[in-house]
Ligand binder design. Structure first.
Ligand SMILES: O=c1[nH]cnc2c1ncn2[C@@H]1O[C@H](CO)[C@@H](O)[C@H]1O
Ligand SMILES: [Zn+2]
Length: 372
């Protein structure tokens, strides 16, 4: 097979991409953080110009611990407390993703963190959805087709998850396509929020759970077996249930002597999607570096792997950059990137006919011209 377009950043940006795991409050433009802080009189930003602020977020997030990584969100959440600010951040998010060639995205945030200036949960979600719609329209005018849907997240250390699950179901016809829990993982197991997941299941509504990022297999086991999650946020520690001979090169193309445990087998057999976020995992210390990231092992073993940004601001990244890092490290070609994209589209929380339409009309034709 010859490659019409080289697998470089320009080509990757043109390729249609699907993003399932991206936090709204982790993806602000640094300039927007500064402007909003000025508008609302937030005095505690750690830097006063765009470049230093961008650098601050990246290095502060490079902490090697999820808990410290999460502290950086205090500054973004602080400037996202009004309807106008939420709408702007959501609009810019859709525009930025579209400019990067993302054609479908599920963007998540925790409404309960945006009530400090008097908005209620419904007003918060309404503002974000308005922003996504405006962003989609602006992108379309710029010739970029994107569909952005919302996941509402409950914070796992708090006690509002049932309320947030109800919020998800209340807004299901208006752009919220699912539910999630996030925040510090150690000490806050998924089963703590069982009533919320049961509510979602009782309403035939899908959800994902951050699990297997800062904590290992027990968290994944609870998420899939007790809570019945549809996808795993990260799920990268499923690698702890996969045995490879000592000295195996994580960048190999085949892993013939592999043994899977019960949890790993279940995740693969059931095609449970893994929302993998390579750069974020390095920053929080879930993995040492991209070279030793289990992404390749999981991809070659045919787990349902998807590529995600997690927090574009904190990781100074984009979907294209995550693709490029993986392709450089593990030698992927266009057909691999297409497979990860189709995996993600199949795993989306929109309805089957909408997923199929994007696969057949946007993703496959988009890669066909690159692969030719
Ligand atoms: O990788 C992550 N793991 C766990 N929690 C996260 C991660 N990234 C962001 N958040 C948390 O999710 C909230 C809602 O978007 C953010 O405010 C942050 O606290
Ligand atoms: Zn996340």
């Amino acid at each position: 097979m010859t490659t019409a377009l080289p697998l470089d950043m320009a080509g990757i940006r043109v390729a249609p991409k699907v993003l399932l795991h991206d936090h709204l409050d982790g993806g602000l433009r640094p300039s927007t953080v500064l402007e909003l802080a000025q508008q609302v009189g937030y005095p505690d930003l750690p830097a006063s110009d765009t470049e230093s602020l961008a650098r601050w977020f990246r290095t502060a997030a490079d902490s090697g611990s999820l808990e410290q990584y999460l502290e950086t969100f205090a500054h973004t959440v602080a400037v996202m407390q009004t309807a106008a600010a939420l709408e702007r951040v959501a609009r810019e998010c859709a525009e930025d993703l579209a400019a990067d060639g993302v054609v479908y995205a599920e963007v998540r945030f925790a409404p309960e963190q945006h009530l400090q200036a008097g908005l209620d949960l419904d007003e918060v979600v309404e503002a974000v959805l308005r922003g996504f719609t405006e962003g989609e329209q602006n992108a379309a005018q710029a010739g970029k087709r994107i569909k952005v849907r919302c996941l509402v997240t409950a914070m796992r250390h708090a006690a509002r998850s049932l309320e947030i699950a109800e919020l998800a179901v209340r807004f299901r016809a208006r752009g919220v396509v699912g539910f999630d829990i996030a925040g510090a993982e150690a000490g806050f197991p998924p089963s703590r929020h069982l009533d919320a997941f049961e509510y979602m299941r009782a309403h035939n509504a899908p959800f994902t759970i951050h699990a297997g990022e800062a904590f290992g297999l027990p968290s994944i086991h609870e998420a899939i077996s007790f809570c019945g999650t549809d996808r795993l946020g990260h799920g990268v520690r499923v690698i702890d249930d996969i045995e490879l001979p000592p000295g195996t090169d994580p960048a190999a193309t085949t892993f013939p002597d592999v043994t899977l445990g019960d949890i790993a087998n279940y995740v693969r057999d059931k095609r449970i999607p893994l929302e993998l976020c390579p750069s974020s995992n390095v920053q929080t210390g879930a993995v040492t570096d991209i070279a030793s990231h289990p992404f390749n092992v999981l991809a070659r073993l045919r787990f349902r792997v998807t590529v995600n940004t997690d927090n574009r601001l904190m990781s100074d990244t984009t979907m294209s950059r995550e693709f490029k890092k993986l392709a450089d490290q593990f030698g992927y070609g266009w057909s691999d990137l297409e497979r990860f994209t189709v995996n993600a589209m199949k795993s989306a929380f929109i309805h089957f006919d909408e997923r199929l339409e994007l696969i057949d009309e946007v993703i496959k034709p988009g890669y066909a011209v690159l692969i030719e």
